[in-house]
Design a protein around this ligand. Structure first.
Ligand code: GDP
Ligand code: IMO
Ligand code: MG
Length: 423
């Protein structure tokens, strides 16, 4: 059986959580493969809103198996808060959520280190979510990390050693901190974690595949935040791209089937770093207000701009996207015209490929398209789409070379229209 992957093509927050929830009925297993509680995946249905951070977005649809893979970094304290809130809302997790023993733990000192490194960077700070993601992945790669499986044997000793190492670094940075409360909730989280099925998830997932089960991998962040291919150093610390699913779950590359690439009808970014199509005018403010563009995790205002097809083409290529999903077009429902960036102008020269470095001298080259000026939020079929909206879809498909198979017209599960549905 093949494994399908769904991932963000921009700078995160494309609407992955909503669409994974919509697609889950067609799958038996939903798995997260990278990132951690820096993610905030929002789902809305039956008048309820949930924001998931470490738990896969397949958790609300029947008895599907949900897996937190080895590529994820897990904060036990935040996991406990997230899981308990779901359990209190009547969602049983323990029977159907597996956690990889090889997933790395985010320690309280990782969060402090995250803050200390950001403070030391001053104006060049990344604008991280402050969840300790970078320091936790650093320990993983430098072979100093603690893994979920470690909590089962001699954990106190392993924890003390790692903490001591972190404290030395913090001392050298002259960074003041207080671990008391953080450590208390963290150890409560460790005990809570022991009540879950801590699994060799690479075996579990391959076994399920051999039994003919369908697996959907849920990306976090977005391609432009990938540690290798994003706008480095203003990126996260994991591989957010399709290949990350193989590494973060133990799936062979030849298992990959459909790759769903998800993007907003415009573009947003939260945190620092280059963003060629960013708008600093009232249009940008309007997109922010209409799209409620504030971080699901941090509440930070997201920077807003027009769609960037140069960056999108790059993302599509790197991920091998086979199907596109366009989100939040309803946010543009009232605009008379819409811009799409088709090239960058650098020092007077136009390029249509994504460059090594994006500096302030990169200027977007736009094509202006007519807006549809129609409220589309209650539409139920593509037959109702206004002509100008169809024009936008056709323009994007021609530019990007991949079909847009889902259009999302609002945050609710039901505000979703599938296209090219086979009879
Ligand atoms: P994710 O991190 O990719 O899952 O995305 P987030 O949940 O961080 O951000 C997407 C936001 O847009 C959430 O508040 C969603 O409820 C909301 N959303 C998702 N799809 C749509 C849509 O089609 N239209 C509108 N207006 N909001 C949407
Ligand atoms: P989802 O999965 C948007 C950004 C941060 C910062 C950079 C590094 O909800 O789309 P980190 O804490 O990972 O070290 O921060 O990456 N970032 C996100 N931006 N959506 C996310 O996740 C993000 N996760 C991290 O703002 O610029
Ligand atoms: Mg998000």
């Amino acid at each position: 059986m093949k494994v399908d992957v769904l991932l963000g093509l921009q700078w995160g927050d494309e609407g992955k959580g909503k669409v994974v929830d919509v697609l889950t009925p067609g799958y038996d297993v939903v798995a997260r493969f990278q990132g951690g509680p820096n993610a905030g995946h929002t789902l809305e249905f039956e008048g309820q809103k949930y924001v998931l951070r470490s738990i896969p977005s397949g958790i609300f649809q029947g008895d599907k198996v949900n897996i937190i893979g080895n590529g994820v970094v897990l904060d036990p304290a935040l996991f406990k808060a997230e899981a308990e809130a779901l359990e209190n809302a009547g969602h049983n997790l323990k029977d159907r959520l597996f956690i990889s023993k090889k997933a790395h733990l985010i320690m309280p000192t990782h969060r402090i280190l995250d803050a200390a490194y950001e403070a030391a960077k001053g104006e060049r700070k990344v604008g991280t979510t402050g969840k300790g993601i970078g320091p936790a992945y650093t320990d993983k790669v430098s072979r100093n990390g603690l893994r979920v499986g470690d909590i089962l044997w001699h954990f106190a000793e392993k924890y003390a050693q790692a903490k001591q190492r972190h404290e030395q670094t913090l001392k050298s940075l002259n960074f003041e901190y207080d671990l008391t409360e953080l450590e208390k909730t963290w150890f409560e989280g460790i005990e809570y974690l022991k009540g879950f099925r801590l699994a060799d998830s690479e075996h579990e997932i391959n076994k399920l595949l051999c039994e003919g089960k369908k697996v959907l991998c849920e990306g976090a962040q977005g391609t432009m935040l990938d540690v290798d291919f994003g706008s480095y150093p203003y990126v996260t610390s994991s591989n957010t791209i399709c290949a990350g699913a193989c590494i973060g779950l133990g799936i062979a590359p030849n298992r990959i089937g459909e790759v769903y690439g998800i993007f907003k009808a415009y573009c947003t970014r939260v945190g620092s770093g280059p963003f060629p199509t960013e708008l600093f005018d009232e249009v940008g403010d309007q997109i922010c207000t209409l799209g409620h563009e504030f971080g699901s995790v941090t509440g930070r205002k997201r920077r807003c701009g027009w769609i960037d097809l140069v960056a999108l083409k790059y993302s599509i290529r790197i991920n091998g996207v086979t199907r596109l999903i366009m989100m939040k077009s309803d946010v543009l429902d009232s605009f008379a015209t819409i811009n799409a960036c088709v090239a960058y102008r650098i020092d007077g020269r136009e390029i249509d490929h994504f460059p090594y470095d994006i500096t302030d001298s990169v200027e977007p080259v736009y094509v202006e398209l007519p807006g549809w000026e129609t409220d589309m939020t209650k539409m139920k079929s593509e037959d109702e789409f206004p002509e100008e909206f169809n024009l936008y879809l056709t323009f994007l498909e021609e530019q990007l070379g991949v079909k847009i198979v889902i259009v999302s017209l609002g945050p609710d599960r039901t505000q979703t229209i599938e296209r090219y549905v086979e009879e």
